[in-house]
Design a protein around this ligand. Sequence first.
Ligand SMILES: C[S@@+](CC[C@H](N)C(=O)[O-])C[C@H]1O[C@@H](n2cnc3c(N)ncnc32)[C@H](O)[C@@H]1O
Length: 186
Amino acid sequence: MSTQLRPTDVKRLNRQWRRRTEGRLALLVESVTQPYNLGSILRTCATFGVDQLWLTGNSADPDDPKVGKTALGTSAKVAHTRLSSTAEALDAARAGGYKVVALELAKGAVPLHAAPLESDVCLAVGAEDHGCSPALLAGADAVTYIPQIGRVGSLNVAVATSIALAEARRREWATFGDEADAPVGN
Ligand SMILES: C[S@@+](CC[C@H](N)C(=O)[O-])C[C@H]1O[C@@H](n2cnc3c(N)ncnc32)[C@H](O)[C@@H]1O
């Protein structure tokens, strides 16, 4: 019978994965205005070890208490910088050695499983209402979309971010083999 891990066991498990993982991940958030979405994005960034978050446009403020309701203290664990334009954020990502992959249901986008997510990658997501700006889509090295089979227009931006960050990490983790693939506690 399986039982939930205790907090100390979760910490040990996280440490093991942290030691194995080498790929660098960053995130560019363009005009995500809803505090609960940004809070959720920050928590996911902390979970998957995003090194740097760039905020542009009228994105919510990581220090807004409303962001804290979903970030649950993780805002302080993710380095974040606000820049005045998407062009500046793209330059900062490139200067940091990242390839920029925008997430959008857009012409020319490739499905997530076929996207160039090998390290070092800066994912980029767009606004809740109008999505990634033309400047972001034009400036990215690649654009990817998450295939949808339901009758829906798009995913929530925080959920889309989580799926893509998890996929980027999964690419590296899937190459580790036996020891990493063993069940927890063996
Ligand atoms: C709610 S969506 C934007 C709305 C959408 N462009 C529209 O006008 O209906 C917010 C952001 O989430 C991300 N997103 C949501 N669903 C996605 C999907 N299926 N594939 C890739 N990105 C997605 C994109 O970054 C997008 O800019």
